[in-house]
Design a protein around this ligand. Structure first.
Ligand code: ADP
Ligand code: MG
Length: 224
């Protein structure tokens, strides 16, 4: 699912110290993996490389059997179509209601109209927000907004879900709610990679944990 071979990323605009330094990483299909580490350790850079929002300075990256180094701009949508993404700050469209926010992701992939409705309703039911489908993002709590973001990330049935600090703005109750949903999604077959600071959740979930420090992978609870 994900292979990184000796990946280094140095930002041209930043310091000469690499944001990521010699990362080797294998994540199999169906895994649930936490990526932890202090602020500035390179976690978001790693996620951006997997989405090809950034290119590595050196090293090779494969995602969903695609060799990202050689992937052309034209082929980028095919990569991203297979990846659901969730961020700390939800990133919902403020001028669209909840239904439209999720349906929008389906329109991008040109799903048939009838299918869109049933898929969106299925997702709203999964995240327990059917009764809020007409609400706007600013009328929802943080926990609810993140559940909408999760529904939107999953409506196109991606093989891989990347979540960059999805519970960073949530209280413990809502954080746990989101984690249980991620676990559920993983059990249904989606590979899940979660960046987090929340060590209490990480310990409770008992999943594979990769620890980053200053751009280096310092530990991995799975030997590969
Ligand atoms: P984390 O997500 O673990 O907090 P980041 O991947 O965001 O870490 O950042 C890793 C390092 O790269 C930090 O030192 C950060 O300052 C630097 N960095 C991140 N984004 C940029 C950028 N766009 N330009 C220059 N430096 C950056
Ligand atoms: Mg980050």
């Amino acid at each position: 699912m994900i292979i990184m071979e000796d990946v280094t990323k140095t930002y041209s605009s930043g310091s000469d110290v690499p944001a990521l330094n010699g990362i080797n990483l294998h994540i199999q299909e169906g895994e649930f993996v936490f990526i932890v580490g202090k602020s500035g350790s390179g976690k978001s850079t790693l996620i951006k490389l997997l989405l090809k929002e950034l290119d590595p300075t050196s090293g090779k990256i494969y995602v969903n059997k695609k060799y990202l180094n050689k992937l052309t701009r034209k082929k980028l949508p095919y990569l991203r179509r297979d990846i659901g993404v969730v961020f700390q700050d939800f990133r919902l469209l403020p001028d669209r209601n909840i239904y439209e926010n999720i349906a929008f992701a389906q329109k991008v992939v040109e799903a048939p109209t009838k299918k869109i409705k049933s898929n969106v309703l299925k997702m709203l039911s999964m995240v327990n927000l059917l009764d809020k489908y007409k609400s706007y993002p600013n009328e929802l709590s943080g926990g609810e907004q993140q559940r909408v973001a999760l529904a939107r990330a999953l409506v196109n049935k991606p093989a891989l879900l990347l979540a960059d600090e999805p519970t960073g703005n949530l209280d413990p109750g809502n954080s746990w709610e989101i984690m249980k949903l991620l676990d559920e999604i993983n059990k249904q077959g989606t590979t899940v990679v979660v960046v987090t600071h929340n060590m209490e959740i990480v310990e409770r979930m008992q999943k594979r944990v990769i620890t980053m420090k200053k751009g280096i992978k310092v530990s991995d609870s799975k030997v590969d």
